[in-house]
Write a protein that binds this ligand. Structure first.
Ligand code: ADP
Length: 698
């Protein structure tokens, strides 16, 4: 089976040195061939002891491997089970103590030697081996360069080859080959082990990253970090504490793995302080304490801990926490452990930040939601994608939504269904926000303000105006009733005064008085008509909108005010072309609007003035201007002339009759058409009213 077998052994007498040398070299070559490129250390060691035994024809071969950390050769394997049984866990050659100059020290120089138990010096490093083997044996150190990889111990029975110079020479020739093979396999297995460690480390870090991403509360983050730190370092207990750099204080300890009640741990800490953890927090550097009994700062939380490591958790160059890990073994931690826990710590740092941010955000949200629920008005906040971001108790009540359900994150339609509120919201959004009244199904009316807030979304605030609506309704009814009841006697009064005048029985003074009464009755009637009209419009005027040519309306209004214009010698000029596109209008109401505006233009201009009517086509509306060069309106009055009963009090206006209701009615009617009214005026120069009316569609 092997080349080694074919090596013929001749008696020493017939061998010349040259022959021997050739034989040995051949055997070494055969060994090289046999071992090949075997890199699996476990396979190689077995192969080595077998091959050595077969090549040297020595029955027992043991292989010892060098443990550099312990500076000792340790039994690894043997070619026979009985040898393994004899030496396993027993054979251990420490090289620390130097060794005997004649044989022992030769180990590190790679010199093969024959050890004879009966003539062994007392301080020889082979004492233990000699007492276990209890017969002469050959020691072959395996050296690669100056690095001792291991050693063979070889011996035999009577039937085996003798332990003589020739065997020694053969082993000396074979040893370098075996040493190289062993060295290669050891380097390889170390690389593989390192690689496996690295892979394991990466796997753990990846898992931690995944788990930390899902965790936003601090305590689970801490426990998870500690758990992994302990697993990786094979330690028994660990703690994580937050660190306040300004106060130089550790707080919020989380402990994992201690076999001591938590109260006791807390008590110890309050008595002795943060110990080594505190030291690491202050220094900002990770450290290993190989033997805690030698460290004065150590706080013995659990009696059976022997070594410790502490690693600060850094965030933006500040220490924000410290991780400490304890082991029951002396010297239980390595630099690789510190390196790994530092990696964990940096992840924990991010997680702590995230958790803090989350907690802060959550607290702010809680605050906001408490404020919101204290608000009596319903408030609803929608994110930009129409998903509900917040809703207060009052809104839940109005929409009859179950308070225990979570509506946040659900869509508008999902929560509110397709109803008036939804359409209102969509309408508001399409015009960038609005204020509208909305009658709910329970009969209540809300004034709803919808507005967009940067970084928040759409905020809908609803104000219950049902009581106001009721009062308004009552007022309207009252006005209607009173006005109606007033009109009746006024009609009678008017009739009798006119009769008085017809009968010609009055003298000149009497006639003047009667005419004054008639004028006052006229003014009162106008007031009552305006009041009734306004009440009607405010209670929700129903317009019949049809495509209406504005030129026709304006002509009618000019006709209606002609008498007035003539009386005042006002020149009314109509610049409006007949071929303008029609507006969407209710003809009688449009006439009412322009009667009022043209009437006012005449009324509030001195005699011989000019009133000019013109129209401008804009994108979606017709803009009609009623311009006069009359007395004008002061800026402070411009803001109020559309209010009910507001009349400008000036010397020029004191003799002009009016109710202060005309423009209030005009504004409401224009808006009911979906239009707008605006004013441009300068005192003493004149006034222009602009009325924009949407074009008729289709
Ligand atoms: P009134 O019945 O008093 O005319 P309006 O509501 O029509 O009431 O107008 C409100 C006030 O606005 C008037 O009292 C007047 O002072 C002012 N005003 C309206 N139109 C004009 C105008 N064309 N020029 C100057 N002042 C005007």
């Amino acid at each position: 089976m092997t080349a080694a077998r074919t090596v013929a052994r001749k008696t020493p007498a017939t061998e010349t040195a040259l022959e021997l040398n050739t034989l040995h070299t051949n055997a070494a070559n055969a060994l090289t061939l046999r071992l090949g490129a075997q890199l699996d250390l476990m396979v190689l060691v077995t192969e080595l002891v077998t091959a050595m035994s077969e090549t040297t024809r020595l029955g027992s071969v043991a292989l010892l491997l060098m443990d550099d950390d312990a500076a000792a050769l340790k039994f690894q394997t043997a070619n026979k089970p009985d040898v393994t049984a004899l030496l396993r866990n027993q054979l251990y050659i420490s090289l620390r103590s130097g060794g005997h100059p004649d044989g022992d020290a030769g180990l590190e120089r790679g010199r093969c030697t024959i050890v004879r138990p009966d003539s062994l010096p007392a301080d020889s490093v082979f004492q233990r081996a000699a007492s276990l083997i209890s017969q002469p044996f050959l020691v072959a150190p395996l050296l690669v360069g100056s690095h001792l990889q291991g050693a063979f111990l070889l011996w035999g029975q009577e039937t085996d080859a003798p332990l003589d110079e020739s065997t020694l020479a053969l082993v000396e020739t074979l040893a370098p080959t075996a040493a190289i093979a062993l060295g290669n396999a050891r380097t390889h297995s170390e690389t593989v082990a390192e690689l496996a460690d690295k892979m394991n480390e990466l796997r753990i870090l990846r898992r931690i990253d995944r788990e930390l991403m899902d965790t936003i509360e601090l305590e689970p983050v801490f426990l998870l970090t500690l758990d992994w730190a302990m697993r990786f370092t094979s330690a028994q207990a660990a703690s994580l504490a937050l660190y306040d750099q300004e106060l130089d204080e550790l707080y919020g300890f989380v402990d994992n793995g201690y076999d001591v009640p938590q109260e006791q741990i807390n008590l110890l800490r309050s008595t002795y302080g943060g110990g080594i953890a505190h030291r690491a927090a202050r220094s900002g550097h990770g450290e290993i304490v190989p033997d805690v009994s030698l460290d004065n700062d150590y706080v013995p939380v659990s009696a059976n801990m022997r070594s410790m490591m502490a690693v600060p958790v850094m965030r933006n160059d500040r220490v924000i926490a410290v991780i400490t890990i304890e082991s029951r073994r002396l010297n239980g931690f390595t630099d690789a452990h510190v390196e790994f826990v530092e990696k964990l710590a940096s992840r924990a740092g991010v997680a702590i930040d995230n958790a803090r941010l989350y907690t802060d955000t959550w607290r702010e949200r809680e605050k906001l939601s408490r404020i919101l629920s204290a608000i009596a008005d319903p408030v609803i906040v929608f994110a930009a994608d129409d998903r509900l971001a917040m809703i207060n108790q009052s809104a839940l009540n109005v929409f009859k939504l179950a308070p225990e359900q979570r509506y946040e994150g659900r869509s508008l339609v999902e929560v509110f269904g397709v109803d008036e509120f939804c359409s209102m919201f969509q309408r508001a959004k399409s015009v960038g926000g609005s204020s509208e009244e909305l009658k709910m199904q329970d009969g209540r009316t809300f004034y709803i303000n919808t507005s967009l807030h940067e970084g928040v979304g759409w905020v809908v605030v609803m104000h219950d105006i049902t009581p106001l609506k009721l009062t308004d309704q009552l007022k309207t009814e009252l006005v209607q009733t009173v006005s109606h009841d007033l009109k009746q006697p006024l009609g009678v009064m008017n009739g009798y005064v006119e009769l008085l005048l017809l009968q010609n029985k009055l003298d000149a003074t009497g006639e003047t008085y009667a005419n004054m009464i008639l004028r006052s009755i006229g003014a009162m009637r106008q007031l009552i008509d305006d009041l009734l009209d306004l009440a009607k419009i405010e209670s929700g005027v129903k317009l019949e909108l049809h495509p209406t040519p504005i030129a026709t309306i304006i002509s009618e209004s000019i006709d209606a005010t002609r008498l007035m214009a003539e009386k005042n010698h006002t020149n009314v000029i109509n610049d409006i072309r007949a071929d303008l596109p029609p507006v969407a209008g209710d003809a009688p109401r449009l006439t009412q609007i322009f009667n009022n505006l043209i009437g006012n233009a005449i009324k509030y201009s001195p005699p011989h003035s000019t009133v000019r009517l013109s129209a401008l086509v804009t994108d979606s509306a017709l803009r009609i201007a009623v311009r006069d060069n009359g007395i004008g309106i002061a800026p402070e009055d411009q803001a109020r002339i559309f209010d009910r009963f507001y009349r400008v009090r000036r010397s020029e206006t004191k003799d002009i009759e009016g109710t202060g209701l005309g423009l209030a009615i005009v504004k409401r009617l224009v808006e009911a058409h979906g239009g707008q009214i605006g004013i441009e005026s300068h005192l003493g120069e004149g006034t222009t009213f602009h009325v924009s009316l949407p074009f008729a569609t289709g």
